[in-house]
Design a protein around this ligand. Structure first.
Ligand SMILES: Nc1nc2c(ncn2[C@@H]2O[C@H](COP(=O)(O)OP(=O)(O)OP(=O)(O)O)[C@@H](O)[C@H]2O)c(=O)[nH]1
Ligand SMILES: [Mg+2]
Length: 616
């Protein structure tokens, strides 16, 4: 969990003894976790009155703000009556589920948000299953009840069925329900109630959740569930105090993941106060603390009393399902736009990432200047690439590949649960395409002309599917998927059907050439874009690859129209995002990523090289 590093107060704060409750918001993507956390913080007095606060303060990093999604879990605290409540906002996207799972080990209760229209979605099921297995008793928050198409009561029945299906105990089944309009900071115990704030939710929390028991006199034990980095104080280890009292400057024992023990010292101790971290001399049992002094500590290790060093059970970390090769940029434009371009740079950066990103694996690739990087999904890896390019890196990335495993002598592959929502008219084409990609339909309902279908489908089949789906449903379809499990390998599936247009020249694209080419497919570049031989400049409407010359000027023979560009009407180019580009490329292609550009290219730049490679 990232801390609010810029705002660490290095003043000493003395904490008075309070009852401690830690709560996490969990849900499917976009069901309103960050919005609710924001309003809980505001109404819980987390901000000083003179403080200027952004909307969605918890989505604090640049990528989160831009994309409107939460990537890293984050904590903040409020004081309500005589309680200190730590609130942890978690990401909803399936690629970040391991982080959510770890966060749940630090909390006493979860607020399970469910959209009053959408109802439970794949990630709702995943996070609920995990929280039930940990013995937590969730509070269900039916959010967005202001939506015209809300169906809160139906959604509650669906949530109840989900609890039953996931084997909830009677106690867990007896979950409290709160209705909310997170965006307006309003919660209600009954739909009909009038309410202007979140106090019904605060009250429900206090009624339902037992504060953390006072184990302050016992020997210290606390597990590191997250780490972050601060330029001033270095590596920060974060966890909840399971037992005992933690003190600044205390000598401790680190119980390592390999079973060994090592001495350590807490050089700084911080707790959350509002959205800041404040330095304290002592933190209470149950509280979430951040500590400096442990340069190479790993997630899952336990900080313990040297007299009584007992490790907490290791954390299980989900295995990666998808990998991409991160290669040194060797395109003709290498080194022109980025600061960090060598294998060494990439290696150091990946090593740094590994310290806090436990779901990530990195291996070197023999005979190649690059690394095979594996993670929990496309977004997990593309966020890393996006962060790297913002930091000044250049690299090339290969087509995402799923990780195939052999289990009991059988070839197994990751499969996803996919939910699509499409207007009836498009359901035929979507069913056909998913069938071709070896999807099996599990359920289909038609609700007023909108068809909702559930599929189980190989992860591999979904690479590149989204762009087709958007085209096929004219942008009206919604799709959502998350990793389900490993299943027996389903054999070949159809990948990209279309070829590409490859530049045969170096130079700069000109409008006249692009205008001529646009009848043959979709163009990805603009006039004046610098091009090189082997760069992909468009998609061909046919299945073969086409070598073209985007730099070809118009001959000046026709006096009447020369210098007159009237006839040239260019269709705006399809400029792909990083994710789109990664989904698009075939296995003989690469995405070239620099701080300024995302280019597509053939691995082999000249036609001769491609022919030779094709023969071998
Ligand atoms: N109509 C309506 N919209 C809401 C409500 N609460 C949140 N939203 C909107 O839902 C969208 C998603 O909200 P977020 O709070 O970012 O959702 P999230 O669950 O944190 O999303 P991730 O972190 O990406 O999983 C935003 O556009 C919010 O404005 C609500 O009560 N009513
Ligand atoms: Mg969020």
């Amino acid at each position: 969990m990232a801390s609010f590093l810029k705002s660490i107060y290095l003043e000493i704060s003395t904490e008075s003894f309070m009852k401690i409750i830690n709560i996490a918001t969990i849900a499917h993507v976009d069901h309103g976790k960050t919005t609710l956390t924001d309003h809980l913080l505001k109404q819980g007095g987390a901000f000083n009155s003179h403080e200027h606060v952004d909307e969605l303060v918890m989505d604090s990093n640049a990528l989160e703000k831009e994309r409107g999604i939460t990537i890293l879990a984050k904590s903040a605290s409020i004081e309500y009556k005589d309680y200190k409540i730590n609130l942890v906002d978690t990401p909803g996207h399936a690629d970040f589920s391991s982080e959510v799972e770890r966060v749940m080990k630090m909390v006493d209760c979860v607020l399970l948000l469910v959209d009053a229209k959408e109802g439970p979605m794949p990630q709702t099921k995943f996070v609920l299953a995990k929280s039930l297995a940990l013995g937590l008793k969730p509070i269900v928050v039916i959010n967005k009840i202001d939506r015209k198409d809300q169906r809160a009561h139906e959604v509650i029945d669906m949530v109840f069925d989900l609890f039953v299906k996931l084997g909830a105990t009677d106690e867990q089944l007896d979950f409290p329900i709160v209705y909310a309009i997170a965006r307006e900071g309003i919660a209600k115990k009954e739909m009909e109630d009038t309410s202007t704030d979140l106090s019904p939710l605060f009250d429900t929390i206090l009624e339902h959740v037992q504060p953390y028991p006072d184990k302050g006199a016992e020997p210290l034990q606390l597990q590191i569930t997250n780490t972050s980095y601060d330029d001033y104080i270095g590596r920060i280890a974060i966890g909840r105090v399971t037992r005992g009292t933690v003190k600044a400057n205390a000598n401790v024992t680190i119980c390592k993941t390999d079973g060994s023990k090592a001495p350590g010292k807490i050089t700084k101790l911080l707790v959350y106060k509002g959205i800041r971290q404040v330095e304290v001399q002592e933190a209470q049992c149950g509280d979430i603390v951040a500590m400096a002094g442990f340069e190479d500590i790993k997630i899952g290790e336990t900080i313990a009393d040297p007299q009584n060093p007992e490790a907490l059970p290791l954390l299980t970390i989900d295995e990666p399902t998808l990998s991409m090769n991160f290669l040194v940029n060797n395109s003709p434009f290498a080194g022109k736009e980025g600061k960090f371009v060598t294998t060494r740079h990439i290696k150091d950066r990946l090593e740094r990432q590994l310290l806090s990103d436990v779901g990530l694996h990195v291996e070197s690739i023999e005979g190649t200047d690059g690394y095979k990087v594996s993670g929990r999904g496309e977004l997990h890896l593309s966020i890393l690439i996006e962060n790297m390019r913002r930091e000044g890196f250049e690299l090339q990335v290969s087509q995402p590949e799923v990780i195939i495993k052999t289990i009991n002598n059988e070839k197994m592959e990751p499969v996803e649960q996919l939910i699509v929502n499409v207007p009836e008219v498009y359901s035929g084409v979507v069913i056909e395409k998913l069938g071709k990609r070896k999807g099996s339909m599990e359920n289909m309902v038609n609700h007023n002309g909108v068809v909702t279908m559930e599929y189980i489908i190989p992860t591999r089949s979904l690479i590149g599917f989204r762009s087709e789906f958007i085209m096929d449903t004219k942008g009206e379809g919604l799709m959502d998927h998350s990793f389900l499990r490993y299943e027996r390998h389903k054999g070949e599936v159809a990948r990209r059907q279309n070829g590409v247009m490859i530049s045969g020249e170096n130079g700069a694209a000109v409008a006249f050439a692009l205008w001529n080419l646009q009848e043959r497919g979709i163009i990805f570049i603009r006039p004046t874009t610098a091009i090189y031989e082997g760069m992909i400049i468009g998609g061909n409407s046919r299945s073969d690859d086409l070598i073209v010359n985007p730099a070809k000027e118009k001959k000046l023979s026709n006096m009447r129209t020369s210098g007159n560009d009237e006839a040239i009407r260019l269709i705006p180019p399809l400029e792909m995002t990083l994710e789109q580009a990664l989904e698009f490329i075939a296995d003989d292609e690469l995405v070239e990523v620099t701080p300024k550009s995302i280019r597509l290219r053939k691995k082999h730049l000249t036609e001769n090289e491609r022919k030779r490679a094709g023969k071998s």
